[in-house]
Design a protein. Structure first.
Length: 327
């Protein structure tokens, strides 16, 4: 066979290589264009005010990720179809077949269409963004991905939860624009709640003046007041307004200082106790017998022990949440 007969095949092969090379270059251009547009749009919208740059960045990252995936998929689909045409395939009937198959699949995959439409509304309405902390269908975690069909959530323990967008029935965004950390401080009934509120205010002022909490706090500590009367404590409620996602950092520091400062001020924070009254006609001759009864009543591990100094019926006390009586 003459060399000339291989020329058309070589040209077709070169065209196919060029098609894929062009698609690869176009993919890089699209990615860089989207990245540049995201930075530019974030900078321009931040100048208008009203929304923090961090919030704008999260929204821009979410939308740009979806746009990039869609455009890259379109580019490589067209490139593959053009390559098939160069290989001698009739892509006209193939495209028509794909259209018919798409209609059939659309009827059979209504849930997929529902997920895609729900995903579009998630993006358009700016309900959640990548790097938000959200609770979806009762499961909380960090939003790692938002696609047209699914939303990916990573829980605190590292587990990844994938939700079809059409199946999201409840959604709570914990880091939209700003956040709150709510304190419910329990104090003894004999304590002066006005003194407790004043002490909380002093602690909040100290935290708001220290780094790195100063930059994360948006407003002074708000004392909501006496919220309820619990079984063994009066609950005083307060809250801090913080930057999105910073509420837990501020809250943990406040909790640490509240315990320390309340101890110094002599404010009692009671802990629940469970008192078990043992009444038996016969005397108990050993500590082990009392411990066995306590374990049986509480259904606790063997490490629990009762404290008593007499073989007579005793009243051991263990830190728990209520009282149980065994007669």
């Amino acid at each position: 066979m003459k060399i000339e007969s291989y020329v058309p095949y070589a040209l077709d092969a070169a065209r196919i290589v060029f098609i894929f090379l062009f698609a690869w270059v176009l993919t890089i251009v699209v990615e860089r264009t989207i990245r540049t547009f995201r930075k530019y749009s974030t900078r321009m919208m931040s100048k208008s005010g009203g929304v923090t740059e961090f919030e704008l960045e999260k929204r821009a990252q979410t939308i740009s990720s979806v746009a990039r995936n869609s455009l890259v998929f379109l580019i490589w689909t067209i490139a593959i179809l053009m390559a098939l045409q160069k290989l001698g395939f009739e892509i006209g009937p193939l495209i028509a077949s794909l259209g018919v198959a798409g209609v059939a699949i659309g009827f059979g995959a209504q849930n997929v269409v529902k997920d895609v439409l729900a995903g579009m509304f998630l993006l358009i309405e700016n309900q959640i963004r990548v790097n938000d902390v959200a609770i979806i269908n009762g499961q909380g975690g960090l939003v790692e991905e938002i696609n047209l069909r699914t939303t990916v959530l990573r829980a605190e323990n590292g587990a990844v939860h994938i939700f079809p967008n059409g199946g999201i029935t409840s959604l709570a965004n914990l880091t939209r624009d700003y956040s709150y950390y709510v304190f419910e401080v329990g104090v003894d009934y004999k304590e002066d709640t006005d003194q407790v509120a004043a002490e909380l205010q002093r602690i909040g002022t100290e935290v708001a003046a220290d780094e790195p909490f100063k930059t994360a706090i948006l407003a002074p500590l708000e004392i909501i007041g006496v919220d309820k009367f619990a079984d063994s404590a009066v609950i005083v409620k307060a809250r801090f307004k913080t930057l999105p996602g910073k509420q837990w950092t501020v809250g943990r520091e406040m909790n640490r200082r509240i315990k320390k400062k309340f101890e110094e001020a002599g404010i009692n924070m009671p802990f629940p106790t469970r008192t078990i009254h043992l009444e038996n006609g016969s005397s108990m001759d050993s500590r082990s017998e009392i411990e066995a009864i306590v374990r049986e009543v509480l259904k606790q591990p063997e490490s629990i022990s009762a404290e008593t100094s007499s073989p007579k019926p005793a009243t051991p006390q263990l830190p728990e949440s209520d009282r149980a009586s065994n007669r």
